[in-house]
Design a protein around this ligand. Structure first.
Ligand SMILES: [Zn+2]
Length: 143
């Protein structure tokens, strides 16, 4: 079943808890709410995401980021390319198997998000050779 929530992307709260004057509500897949909310709170700005739908012909779970963040680790089975972190599986045919695979990958993604450092702590103590880092508000951008 497709399920999504209206989340304010300014404060990353559910609609009923948002107190923003200029709230901006966007639909976020039920299984991605925790993941994108925590990524944004940690300073990794996200643009779009999809938690994978068994109604589709194949599984595609993805998060598109605003910037090219340099992650030290990636969630198992995911690829990070052109600002998109994604997992795809074209092999599964029945919905039950697809849902199980989606649930498994979402768990891996959640664990990864929990262990991620804040974006603005990401580079502390490291050499900045080869890249220029611009600090805007609370996150670092690799350009
Ligand atoms: Zn809000």
């Amino acid at each position: 079943m497709y399920k999504a929530h209206k989340i304010c992307v300014r404060c990353w709260r559910k609609e009923k808890y948002c107190k923003c004057n200029n709230k901006r509500l966007e639909l976020i897949d039920h299984n991605m709410v925790y993941i994108v909310t925590h990524l944004n709170k940690k300073g990794y700005k996200t643009k779009f995401s999809c938690g994978g739908h068994v109604e589709n012909k194949f599984i595609y779970i993805y998060i598109l980021f605003y910037n090219n963040y340099a992650f030290d680790t990636l969630p198992e089975g995911f690829v990070y390319k052109n600002r998109i972190l994604f997992y795809e599986n074209m092999k599964l045919k029945n919905k039950k198997e697809m849902q199980a695979d989606i649930n498994h990958k979402i768990r891996i993604l959640k664990t990864w998000v929990k262990t991620l450092n804040n974006a603005w702590q990401h580079y502390t103590g490291r050499q900045f050779d080869g890249f220029i880092f611009i600090t805007t508000k609370n996150f670092n951008i690799k350009i």
